[in-house]
Write a protein that binds this ligand. Structure first.
Ligand code: DBV
Length: 245
């Protein structure tokens, strides 16, 4: 079973149709990684595949897809805009573990002022409410993560896999298309002050996500600590390194 394959297939097709999509380099050793876990009859391979693109307005569009059988499936999909656009991040964390499904879909804001909310959040409140009806709030999540989410954060823990395949998939498609509508409309920023604020907000976000990556434990167990740190800083959340380079 690869629960999130249709999600990634849809995303890739949609990105190809709607953007001037170009490849984005994936460091060697991270395109494909496999590990065998368990013993005897319970042996299972866990494969992590990485995908990455870029476009004129989007610095990095990347996905990590983990496939490890019925009780381990993850699609973590994030879009990082170029630093001269005030666009939010697109963030999807679709996670299936032995304990169940955990779904986070959002357009994560750079700023929290009224003008930013009016531009990037308020137009999407009806879309959010439509989906949240069927995907109730998933409960507590780390307090310190709250500044990075928007009021249209979809956060839910469906009991049924069927809900993931239907309701969550619909929400995922809507959010991605709404995001790409914003991308189409986005105009480059040239004001020095604003450019500086964007870069600072992007770095805060990337630093936070790299430092608190909830997948660190899973990846370390599967592929070792060294591979994991390099994957996090060299691919999943690579902005800091790209700015130095
Ligand atoms: N999460 C990632 C990346 C992953 C990934 C890069 C490539 O950011 C997977 C893989 N997320 C992943 C896994 C788990 C979660 C959980 C494997 C389960 C961890 C576990 O239980 O062992 C949203 N993801 C979560 C949780 C949240 C998110 C809130 C629950 C974590 C917890 O309760 O501690 N998405 C996550 C998040 C941000 C985001 C914190 C912050 C900006 O965008």
């Amino acid at each position: 079973m690869t629960l999130y394959q249709p999600f990634w297939d849809y995303a890739q097709t949609c990105l190809e149709e709607r953007l001037d999509l170009q490849p984005y380099p994936i460091p060697e050793g991270f395109e494909y990684k496999e590990s065998i876990v368990g013993r005897g009859k319970r042996q299972e391979s866990v494969i992590t595949e990485s995908h990455a693109f870029q476009s004129l307005k989007l610095r990095q569009i990347r996905a990590a897809h983990v496939r490890g059988g019925n009780s381990l499936q993850v699609l973590n999909f994030v879009i990082f805009p170029q630093l001269n656009y005030d666009l939010p991040f697109f963030g999807g964390d679709l996670v299936t573990l032995p304990g169940g499904h955990l779904i986070a879909i959002d357009m994560q804001p750079l700023f929290h002022d009224d003008a930013y909310r009016a531009k990037y959040t308020e137009p999407l409140l009806p879309m959010f409410e439509k989906h949240q009806q069927h995907l109730p709030w998933g409960g507590d999540f780390p307090e310190e993560a709250k500044p990075f989410f928007s009021p249209i954060f979809l956060w839910t823990r469906p009991q049924e896999t069927e809900v993931v395949e239907t309701r969550v998939f619909e929400a995922f498609k809507d959010y991605l298309n709404a995001y790409l509508d914003f991308v189409e409309k986005a105009q480059p920023v040239s004001d020095e002050q604003q450019l500086k604020a964007i870069q600072e907000a992007q770095l805060r976000y990337v630093d936070y996500r790299a430092e608190k990556d909830p997948a660190r434990g899973m990846f370390s167990r599967l592929y070792g600590a060294e591979w994991t740190e390099e994957y996090i800083h060299g691919f999943l959340f690579d902005l800091e390194r790209k700015l130095v380079a």
